[in-house]
Design a protein around this ligand. Structure first.
Ligand SMILES: *[C@@H]1O[C@H](CO)[C@@H](O)[C@H](O)[C@H]1NC(C)=O
Ligand SMILES: *[C@@H]1O[C@H](CO)[C@@H](O)[C@H](O)[C@H]1NC(C)=O
Ligand SMILES: *[C@@H]1O[C@H](CO)[C@@H](O)[C@H](O)[C@H]1NC(C)=O
Ligand SMILES: *[C@@H]1O[C@H](CO)[C@@H](O)[C@H](O)[C@H]1NC(C)=O
Ligand SMILES: *[C@@H]1O[C@H](CO)[C@@H](O)[C@H](O)[C@H]1NC(C)=O
Ligand SMILES: *[C@@H]1O[C@H](CO)[C@@H](O)[C@H](O)[C@H]1NC(C)=O
Ligand SMILES: *[C@@H]1O[C@H](CO)[C@@H](O)[C@H](O)[C@H]1NC(C)=O
Ligand SMILES: *[C@@H]1O[C@H](CO)[C@@H](O)[C@H](O)[C@H]1NC(C)=O
Length: 405
């Protein structure tokens, strides 16, 4: 990869941004609404005792439902507080709140996560719960609590690696030879890089690369769509089955899984420079663009039937917005300006149309129309990771020089 000076990078980004802006419909007006800070601050001020974390809302009033700390989604509300800390620094003159207060809240809301190092039942999801600790290290690289948490969660994930299969195990199943890997796991690899950054333990990077290679080989279809679950045989390493857990069918593409993949492979390219990861992210992005309906609303599964109307998943849309922006940055790093502009334009259009659908001033969440798990009839709610990725999308656009707040 080329090394860009910040000025050169900013120049490229603004060229791409101008091109993308001319082709797109513009940012959603809600992106820097004062309601964002107000709603998040209200939830943050009411710290539950014992500690519980918001995950999704009810479908009617948009009231947060709280869950015990040992959940895969626990890290997203504290991570949102860190994202607001960044927002307040990026947008000091608007209604984004006080940076120091957000940081203090992020730290307070993370404390109950620390014991999870020892006691969690999260399997591969240790990567998701590490978000607040990775974000703390971006603020204070010397925070030993956050360092220890990142290293412990990375070791947990590494302990789930099987060299015969070449992947980290996602879910635990009764039969130890049954080894299930889900596309979501591409997101958890980040904690291995974060721990490598602290320890220089190369094994962690080797595990991430092996996992990503196997996922590239077995989860991604020739058309760029993805399977949710690939089941391997831990004795032989062979693929036993490909199926779905949260999607519409075994052969469908569940939109949130596809979004995790676009983000995850772009991130792998960022860390390693292996062109195959960039090509995989491009292929998944092409599938995404081709299968997005003309109204731009992301359905919970791209192959779900149109009748009855299929619920949207605004969380999948917001993850994909971040994935497309990360992918656009990787395209800039290889001087593919047309590619970068295409992904930026697509990200902005997706952000605009899905925010228009899902923005709910009266709800506690920022967005509605999230689908946690449609096979379990949990659809059309606010979702904590949808809100998190909505905030980070705004931050990322400001950082790339593509939005001003
Ligand atoms: C260090 O990080 C932890 C967890 O992220 C946080 O709870 C704690 O407040 C931080 N400590 C200091 C001194 O900033
Ligand atoms: C590197 O990480 C692996 C996986 O967690 C671990 O087994 C190994 O002991 C670590 N090596 C060192 C030198 O700490
Ligand atoms: C894996 O293969 C072994 C040996 O062939 C067999 O005994 C076991 O039942 C297989 N397990 C699965 C989940 O396919
Ligand atoms: C690694 O650590 C350095 C120094 O603390 C930091 O600047 C960089 O962002 C970190 N990178 C990752 C991938 O965590
Ligand atoms: C993983 O894939 C990259 C890119 O295709 C390749 O260079 C590397 O050798 C592969 N590593 C392993 C361990 O499979
Ligand atoms: C989907 O795949 C699973 C696992 O192989 C299988 O048990 C199930 O019967 C399949 N469903 C359909 C409808 O084919
Ligand atoms: C969005 O959510 C509202 C209820 O909050 C619902 O009436 C509408 O049908 C949903 N639209 C889609 C496309 O999911
Ligand atoms: C959405 O969830 C509701 C129950 O919460 C369920 O009745 C409905 O069938 C689901 N929608 C679809 C299209 O599956």
């Amino acid at each position: 990869m080329v090394s860009n000076t910040p000025t050169f990078f900013a120049l490229l980004a603004s060229t791409v941004g101008a091109y993308a802006a001319s082709a797109s419909i513009g940012l959603p007006p809600e992106l820097f609404s004062p309601l964002i800070a107000q709603k998040i601050a209200t939830i943050a001020a009411a710290i539950p005792s014992p500690m519980m974390y918001p995950q999704y809302t009810d479908r009617v009033e948009g009231v947060w439902q709280y869950f015990k700390p040992d959940e895969w989604t626990t890290g997203f509300f504290p991570a949102t507080l860190y994202a607001m800390h960044q927002r307040a620094q990026l947008c000091p003159s608007t209604n984004s709140g006080d940076a120091a207060q957000w940081l203090q809240l992020g730290r307070e809301w993370s404390t109950a996560e620390v014991p999870l190092e020892q006691t969690n039942t999260l399997g591969h999801d240790v990567g998701f719960v590490s978000y607040p600790f990775m974000l703390e290290l971006a603020v204070d690289p010397d925070n030993t609590t956050a360092q220890a948490a990142v290293n412990a969660f990375a070791a947990d994930l590494a302990a789930r690696f099987d060299p015969i299969v070449g992947c980290t195990r996602s879910w635990d199943t009764a039969d130890p030879t049954d080894f299930q890997v889900i596309i979501d796991n591409m997101m958890n690899l980040q904690v291995l890089f974060a721990s490598y950054n602290l320890t220089k333990n190369q094994t962690l990077v080797d595990i991430a690369i092996s996992h990503a290679n196997k996922t590239m080989e077995n989860h991604i279809r020739p058309d760029g769509g993805s399977f949710h679950v690939v089941e391997y045989n831990a004795t032989t390493g062979a693929v036993v089955a490909r199926f779905t857990s949260q999607g519409y069918s075994n052969s469908s593409t569940w939109s949130r899984g596809e979004a995790w993949g676009i983000y995850g492979f772009s991130n792998m390219f960022k860390h390693t420079g292996h062109i195959d990861y960039l090509n995989t992210a491009r292929k998944m992005a092409a599938y995404w663009i081709e299968n997005t309906p003309s109204d731009g609303i992301i359905p919970w599964d791209f192959n779900a039937p149109l009748v009855p109307p299929r619920p949207a998943d605004s969380s999948a849309a917001m993850i994909a917005v971040n994935g497309f922006l990360l992918l656009a940055e990787q395209e800039l790093s290889v001087y593919n300006l047309v590619g970068a502009a295409t992904y930026v334009a697509e990200a902005i259009r997706m952000l605009r149309l899905n925010t228009e659908l899902a923005w709910r001033p009266q709800w506690q969440s920022l967005l509605a129309n999230g689908t946690v798990n449609n096979p379990e009839h949990n659809n059309l709610t606010g979702i904590v990771y949808g809100d998190y990725f909505f905030v980070t999308a705004g931050n990322q656009l400001v950082e790339m020089g593509l939005a001003s707040c």
